[in-house]
Design a protein around this ligand. Sequence first.
Ligand code: LLP
Length: 432
Amino acid sequence: AESLRVNAVGHLEIGEVDTVHLAREYGTPLYVLDEEVFRANCRRYLCSLGPGNRAAYAGKALLTLAICRICQEEGLYLDVVSAGELYTAVKAGFPPERLYFHGNNKSLQEIEMGLELGVGRFVVDNFYELELLEERARALGKKPAILLRLTPGIEAHTHEYIRTGQLDSKFGFPLATGVAEEAVRRALSSPHLELVGLHCHIGSQILRLEPFQEAARVMVAFAASIRRKTGWVMEELDLGGGLGIRYTAEDDPPAIEDYVQAILRAVEEACQEEGLPLPRIVVEPGRSIVGPAGITLYTVGAIKEIPGVRTYVAVDGGMADNPRPALYQARYEAVLANRMLEPPAVEVAVAGKCCESGDILIPAIKLPRPQPGDILAVFATGAYNYSMSMNYNRLPRPAMVLVRGGEVDLIVARETLEDLISHDRVPERLWK
Ligand code: LLP
């Protein structure tokens, strides 16, 4: 990202803050979030979407109270998927009517919480939820606005996409089988639900535009067929998130502006063809807003050289704070933040500290010959790192700081050892 720089002493800077100073002051592992990059990405979405359309930041990528505040300031909506995310948003003062409430298995408590708070949209995933929501809405005297989540039968891969006749997914009403039509009919028949529109989400870290355009076309065609059959007019079309980002030099994602233009145009053309009025367009970007805004700082510890085989450079975090390499073979790039002026000298594997052979953050990377105490900065860790972090091996979760124009704010405190045992309970007899 453009906010990363190398300063006069050869240290990596982010948001005009020296990362080596950050590591010293706040400890490592440390998540560092560049506020300007985050805000710039929000604005890029809003500007290219234009008035009337909406961007709902997908909180699953990274949600904290401070993040909610920024999203609200920037004029975004928010996509939440659980009571926990809902609670975070509301505690941050985020207006409930600007919330999209997702989830493929919302509990009764979550549904009631959403109804009582008055969330703007329930994105209904299945018949069970439809019935539960209708029943609770009736009981509580509410009439929630809903979108139906459909699976449009499009499989988006990183480099290709194929159309599947029958979509095998745990999410949504399958469009192909007549199930989606049945869902629309049931929603329309309920006096306690207001069907506002349709939703789909075809995947994440998608690096091509065609699958998004295809999804838009399929959704509009479905809405047109429903209109012919029932007269219902789709007011809102939510196309989900999924735009990919650059993790390594091999990734070449479309720009936010090009992505938005592509889907707007696809919807416009399809609506024209089908004679449908233009719906309001909603997108739910997570990764493409926050991913590039984050880096993680680690301290190098043990270095194990296996002659002729490999050198393992262990850092003080790993799969507990970034499970993505272990889960998805996700690739990352990194540098020694305290030695930016030195050329790469050796190829090493960056290992985490968890008791798992699979805890390798980066299988092969060229760095200046690492020394214990060096600060390793891993790039593009803003999305799905902190939000997917865990306490495996009883590692405390790292702190997170927000940087901007040389200023630093702590937005997530580091977990303490005391935090780790705070939910443990010991039966009296075991203390004897
Ligand atoms: N909307 C819905 C309904 C979603 O399911 C998702 C992501 C998003 C929006 C946001 O997608 P994004 O713009 O961030 O791609 N843990 C995985 C990613 C899982 C994404 C799940 N859904 C990873 O670390 O790659």
